[in-house]
Design a protein around this ligand. Sequence first.
Ligand SMILES: [Zn+2]
Length: 296
Amino acid sequence: MPMLHPVLRRATLLLCVIAARDLSVHAQVPAVALTPAVVVAGSPELIRVAAGDAASVDGEWLGRKLQFFRGRDGRTWFALAGVDVEAPAGSSQLRVTARLSNGGVRDLSHAIEIHPAHYRTGSLTVEPKFVEPGPEELKQIEADRLLKDEVFAVSANEPLWSASFRAPVTAPPTDSFGTRRMFNGKLASIHKGMDFRAAAGTPVRAGNSGVVVLSLPLYYEGNCVAIDHGLGLFTLYLHLSRIEVQEGQRVATGELLGLSGATGRATGPHLHWGVRWQGAYLDPAKLLRLDLSGVR
Ligand SMILES: [Zn+2]
């Protein structure tokens, strides 16, 4: 090796170090990344797959099908998914397969740890008919269930949302998602949404763009609106005093859906906001914190 001037030698060494660091950075870019990175029961998760050479990406997680779409940059694939509030903690297998343009298949599956979530326990008092419904009420509850099953079984086959989700009301939120609730000291249920302390008559707006798939009174939910955001993702707006949209109507982010109220099983006026993905109930507060502005 020829002798180098000490300054040149230092410069060469430095270049080598930079080159090595650059290589290691590239080697560490994960093909699949989840946001939020710490996964708990109730987390919505944005799954990002770096596969510019893929013609399609598909997957499955916790028994639910992942539907990927191409992001704005054309090289990254995304799925907006999540873990149900009642999912047990432990290891899970995230299955992701990229089908390449050249006919090849890349398996990007790996284990994802679901960490325990620490939700509180609370008790509430409501009218007795909501805890021990009579035969007539039971009939309506069953009819509601069948209707919801039918409605939520169908979703647009492309994302209808764009950019980040927005809070549906201008009112203080409560930290009540996931709370195990006792009604009148008897019935236990899990609170599968986020309550906002909205006075009756507060305008309720679409959290993102989509299509209205429910707009009617239901027994527990009261006057209820549900929006399909595509690929199995829905938002629900409960206990409204008034509904201002119709089923089948396309809505934009922030568009008026109705006014808040206390219809159905409610202890007083508030807005209950639910987020549902393929039957899993996700924490709306976490969805609001997801930055989706660069995605689509
Ligand atoms: Zn609620």
